[in-house]
Ligand binder design. Structure first.
Ligand SMILES: [Zn+2]
Length: 121
């Protein structure tokens, strides 16, 4: 984690700002668990062309366990892994990139749009 951009003052500022606004682990919160976040992750990885210093909603607050799970899954599967285990309170995979959600079938059958945009606001 000592590589650019994580070694910059700009990232440290961004990370602190994210944790100030989002102090809870977002994947855990989706599962209904309240866990303090202590890591900040890019929603779109820099390696995938993401902005290294995105707006706060381009970042995700995570606890160490979720961050490690995500990092391991992404590393193992070349960026296509399932990043988060488990389901949200609706029983859907909490990973937006989960194959279950990529079937082209809208997860919510009642026509509710935005389940997958919940983190983007
Ligand atoms: Zn977590």
């Amino acid at each position: 984690m000592a590589d650019w951009p994580y070694n910059t003052a700009a990232w440290q500022r961004l990370r602190r700002a994210k944790l100030a606004v989002t102090p809870l682990c977002e994947p855990c919160e989706r599962r209904g668990d309240i866990v303090a976040a202590n890591a900040v992750d890019h929603r779109v990885s820099i390696a995938s062309g993401g902005d290294p210093f995105p707006p706060l909603n381009g970042l995700m607050a995570m606890c160490h366990a979720c961050h490690n799970t995500k990092t391991a899954a992404v590393d193992r599967a070349g960026g296509k892994g399932v990043r988060f285990k488990g389901c949200d309170v609706n029983g859907l995979p909490i990973d937006d990139a989960h194959p279950f959600l990529a079937e082209g079938d809208t997860p919510s059958k009642d026509g509710k749009e935005g389940d997958r945009d919940r983190w983007g606001t």
